[in-house]
Design a protein around this ligand. Structure first.
Ligand code: CTP
Length: 397
């Protein structure tokens, strides 16, 4: 699984740096191509010569060496994965802030590949509120965590904060690359967020969708190696790196954007809360409040999912979402048929923590064969993984 994989390992100042030697040896033995960057502090814990010998590559540590500039952009583009192990409390804080005061940080900040971190610190540091805040921030940027262990720490105390063992990190990387390849070569189109239908230049009809579920799906597909095109309505959610994003405003914009990419798409997931109706005659100028009553004339928007269902060719997979308040199951199956979708993901409104704006969702997935897959209330990230797993089983069937 690791054969030919290009891995940049960042080693920071922690007693756990001694484990880097074993980790690098295991990676090289598994066929990975490993390049090592050390911080100055890391060199106090393990000699660069050891890591250079084991990695079979020169160890880099400075932005410039012997009047030569180390091209940090090139390194972050070369790698399939950047792993910072051990990650010290100090480097974690720099990652949270985006500080660029050494080669490791320059590579991290310019890396286009996935970054994983294996922290190592004393328990009290690990549990400090600022460490927790920094970790949350760093993970919110899309970096992945290799969990710390409970065990003997450098201080002699027993507790949480011990870096994962090299064998555990190797197993984590093997599992990561297995998942990372599961959608390689697939082109995925995802819609997310609300649409705004203009009444006049300053007013619109919209809805409460934020786009969190669609963005979680886009990120899940990206992490599995897919080429993702996200079409995102008006929303202000942070967007993951490594996906193509087209911003749209109205249902008509979203329709056009989807139609232009659908022919090249393997999997289309229509997660957006598209307006079903738009204003018949939007005013080009701001409407003044002259009358006591005002009526808006609404006309149906084009149904994107249904249109794509009509255009769908063999081998293309089409997924719709549904939000129902009653007869959920019957309506979901009806939608599958009427829109010629392969799957409908039903969002439950029965849970207060599910749906618009929340970070969690409770979903049931329906397919054309009449199967139903119920899932518990989960984070949108986990719900996205559940959806993708169902789709991938279909693709492989
Ligand atoms: N959808 C779409 N284009 C529209 C309206 C909806 O592509 N103009 C998609 C949504 O992205 C979602 C699915 O259709 O995947 C279900 O949307 P929903 O509004 O619940 O279904 P409707 O078919 O509009 O039916 P109803 O509102 O009557 O339930």
């Amino acid at each position: 699984m690791l054969s030919g994989k290009k891995i940049v390992i960042g080693v920071t100042g922690s007693i756990a740096a001694y484990k880097s030697a074993t980790l690098i040896r295991l990676l090289v033995k598994s066929g990975a191509d490993v390049k090592v960057i050390m911080t100055d502090a890391a060199k106090d814990f393990i000699p660069a010569l050891t890591l250079a010998t084991l990695s079979k590559n020169e160890v880099l540590h400075a932005l410039t060496d012997n009047n030569q500039w180390n091209n940090h952009v090139e390194l972050g583009r070369w790698a399939d994965l950047m792993l910072i192990a051990p990650l010290s409390c100090n480097t974690l804080a720099k990652m949270a802030e985006g500080r660029c005061d050494n080669l490791l940080m320059a590579v991290y900040l310019s890396a286009t590949c996935q970054v994983a971190i294996a922290p190592a610190m004393d328990e009290d540091m690990w549990h400090h509120q600022s460490t927790k805040n920094n970790l949350d921030k760093v993970l919110s940027y899309g970096n992945l965590l290799i969990p710390v262990n409970h065990g003997e720490l450098a201080s002699g105390l027993i507790g949480e904060g011990r870096m994962a063992e090299p064998e555990e990190i190797l197993a984590w990387l093997q599992a990561y690359f297995k998942v990372a390849q599961s959608m390689q070569g697939k082109k995925v189109l995802i819609t997310a967020g609300p649409t705004y239908e203009a009444i006049d230049p300053v007013r619109f009809i919209g809805n409460h969708s934020t786009g969190k579920m669609g963005i979680a799906l886009a990120d899940a597909c990206r992490m599995r190696g897919a080429e993702v095109q996200l079409i995102y309505g008006p929303g202000n959610q942070p967007l993951p790196k490594g996906i193509k994003v087209k911003r749209v405003v109205s249902a008509a914009d979203m329709y056009e954007a989807c139609l232009s990419v659908f022919p090249e798409t393997d999997i289309a997931i229509m997660c957006a809360a598209v307006a079903d109706y738009t204003i018949a005659n939007a005013s080009a100028i701001k409407i003044k409040k002259t009358e006591d009553e005002m009526r808006l004339e609404l006309i149906k928007t084009k149904d994107i999912l249904k249109t794509l269902g009509g255009l769908k060719k063999a081998g293309q997979l089409l997924v719709g979402f549904a939000l129902e308040t009653n007869d959920e199951e019957a309506n979901a199956f009806k939608k599958l048929e009427s829109k010629n979708a392969d799957y409908i993901v039903l969002n439950s409104l029965r849970d207060t923590a599910s749906g618009f704006g929340h970070d969690s969702n409770k979903i049931t997935i329906f397919d054309r064969a009449g199967n139903k897959y119920h899932f518990d209330l989960k984070s949108k990230k986990e719900a996205a993984a559940d959806i993708i797993n169902i789709l991938l089983n279909y693709s492989h069937a």
